[in-house]
Design a protein around this ligand. Structure first.
Ligand code: GAP
Length: 565
């Protein structure tokens, strides 16, 4: 199946069966915003639940889990979306949470600077950087086509064009060859991002017809602004949070003082975050409003690296445990240059989303070692790096640029009698991205015979039973002989047991199975003649297609056992 085709099919299924809709669709939609329909809301709720269970509900605080240096406490919070504006000044978001953007004067399109990538192409003494937009995921063939078109050549003349990925380096048009290899990750795909060192005059922007239409890159802060209260003045300016993490840092002392947690402990939160992304793309992957599942783990500085490794591995296993295949998930350590301003080390969990080129991965979650940056910043004032050390950043007047709270955010360990500022390990996941990854991973197409033995296309979502929005479907085989009444009784027994169940008595049984396969229902139960005579029903497994007979009296317990996965 072609890659684009697969993603198109997933998006179409998501809309047709009520998983995900474009926000405000009847008005033409709003770019970067999405709504979850009746099935999507259940799927996403199950993803949240699986994360919360792993972090909090099912977490054993007495015994250290495999790989953990010690046992530890875990608690949850739910903090406000709009916080004191000083939070964002001290956290660095006010100054640093910006992407560089470039505008195309010809097409009026806007791109993230680091996403404009391409190759130099030279023909007949004319040299241009043929650019494409990373978000559009166009490959080398696309760049070659554009170069052919620009130079007015037919396909068979491709070899006459000289392509290179090296830096332009101020070479004149008739300068030496420019085929020096380029090493960063982009080179793997044969394309590289445009940089300040490139001559913008010869860049053919992604959708432009002539070179030199891109503006110089400029900073664009991604935080959404609003005002609190009636006055729209600078003093009342506030921001929608771009991450949930700061809610945990500013409540560190409250949590310590109000619950009996001892370092090491983690504070988890699930909630909405907002980023005014320049190019929201790829379905829900990059949205402007999205949900995060973040946890801040406070630990002794001396143990922080061991905890970093522990959380990295545990988060990787969580995705595998819930159905992501090892072939599609990688754990990638960031290179030093990639690290965020606060980070001592970060690893990304990345998934092979179907909208990406083969061999490319998109970020699902970041696990960051944030050191003591956050607690110290919220105490002392915004920190910055100077000669490898974190020091309070000073403004032009020599005073701290952004004041912290002045509160003591250190921790006193009763047993060791030691006072220290805990270090933080942060697994930060996107709930929408995880939901999308589970949806993509689950999507399968196969062929199955219908009642007449004719092979029919089958779309099936092989979701982990814990994540499936509907766990069981109940079908009376026919609408008479007391079967619907019996089926309704069974349906109610599942409802009472708190198991998501659907009832369907419309159409041929094969069609009913297919409707349930498409939404990922793991078990379909058919009530037939034998239910009346022998007190049994058939239970059909979505993945193996195996059908077994189970006594009605054992049915709920049977399914409950199966759902444990
Ligand atoms: N507190 C750290 C933090 O927010 P991040 O890598 O910027 O780190 C964490 O975000 C996760 O949030 C990402 O790995 C991704 O899953 C999700 N995320 C970030 N921006 C997103 C967006 N625009 N749309 C959907 N999910 C997003």
């Amino acid at each position: 199946m072609a890659v684009e085709n697969r993603m198109d099919k997933i998006v179409a299924l998501a809309k047709r069966r009520g998983f995900i809709f474009q926000s405000s669709e009847i008005y033409g939609g709003l770019n970067g915003f999405w709504d979850y329909g009746p099935l999507g809301v259940e799927l996403k709720r199950n993803v949240r639940q699986a994360w919360w269970s792993d972090m909090i509900t099912e977490h054993d605080e007495i015994t250290a889990p495999a790989g953990a240096p010690t046992s530890f406490d875990m608690v949850g919070v739910e903090t406000s979306i709009i916080m004191h504006p000083q939070v964002w000044k001290v956290s660095g978001h006010y100054d640093l949470f910006a992407d560089k953007l470039v505008d195309c004067r010809e097409t009026k399109a806007r791109y993230r600077f680091d996403h404009v990538r391409g190759r130099w192409a030279s023909y007949g003494g004319n040299r241009i950087f043929v650019a494409t937009d990373k978000d559009a995921e166009e490959g080398i063939a696309f760049v070659e086509q554009r170069a052919l078109k620009f130079f007015g050549l037919k396909k068979d003349k491709l070899a006459a064009i000289e392509f290179g990925t090296g830096a332009h380096g101020g070479l004149s048009f008739n300068g030496p060859p420019f085929t020096a290899p380029y090493t960063p990750a982009a080179a793997i795909e044969g394309l590289r991002p445009i940089t300040d060192a490139d001559s913008f005059d010869s860049v053919l922007a992604p959708e432009a017809t002539k070179p030199g239409t891109l503006t110089d890159p400029r900073d664009f802060n991604l935080m959404f602004q609003t005002y609190t209260g009636a006055l729209q003045s600078d003093e009342n300016k506030a921001f929608l949070r771009p991450e949930t993490a700061q809610g945990m840092f500013v409540n560190f002392k409250n949590v310590c003082d109000s619950s009996r947690v001892k370092v090491p402990f983690g504070v988890a939160q699930i909630g909405k975050s907002f980023r005014n992304e320049i190019t929201p793309r790829n379905f829900t992957f990059r949205s402007r409003e999205f949900e995060q599942m973040e946890m801040e783990f406070f630990c002794h500085p001396g143990q922080s690296l061991a905890w970093y490794q522990y959380w990295r591995d545990r988060r990787y296993s969580w995705y595998i445990k819930h159905g992501i295949s090892k072939d599609n998930l990688i754990l990638r350590e960031h290179a030093k240059e990639e690290l965020a301003h606060y980070s001592v080390g970060t690893a990304d969990l990345e998934y092979a989303f179907p909208f990406l080129d083969a061999g490319s991965y998109g970020e699902l979650e970041g696990v960051a070692h944030r050191g003591d940056f956050d607690l110290r910043s919220h105490s002392e004032g915004k920190l910055c790096k100077q000669d490898g050390n974190l020091v309070v950043e000073l403004g032009a007047d020599g005073k701290p640029k952004y004041l912290g709270s002045g509160k003591d955010l250190s921790y006193f360990d009763d047993e060791s009698r030691e006072r220290f500022v805990p270090h933080v390990i942060e697994p930060a996941a996107g709930c929408d991205r995880a939901t999308l990854a589970f949806l993509c991973e689950a999507f399968h197409e196969d062929k199955q015979p219908d009642e007449k033995g004719v092979m029919q296309e089958r779309l099936v979502l092989k979701l982990h039973p814990k994540l499936a929005p509907v766990k069981v479907a109940i079908f009376p085989l026919i609408k008479k002989d007391g079967l619907p009444e019996k089926a309704a009784e069974i349906y109610r027994a599942f409802k009472q047991a708190g198991i998501a169940v659907q009832y369907d008595q419309q159409g041929a049984i094969g069609r009913r199975y297919r409707r349930m396969d498409e939404i990922g229902t793991p078990y379909c139960i058919t009530i037939d003649g034998e239910t009346n005579t022998a007190g049994t029903v058939t239970v059909r497994d979505r993945d193996t297609l195996e059908q077994i007979r189970v006594p009605v009296t054992e049915l709920v317990a049977h399914v409950q056992e199966k759902l444990k996965g």
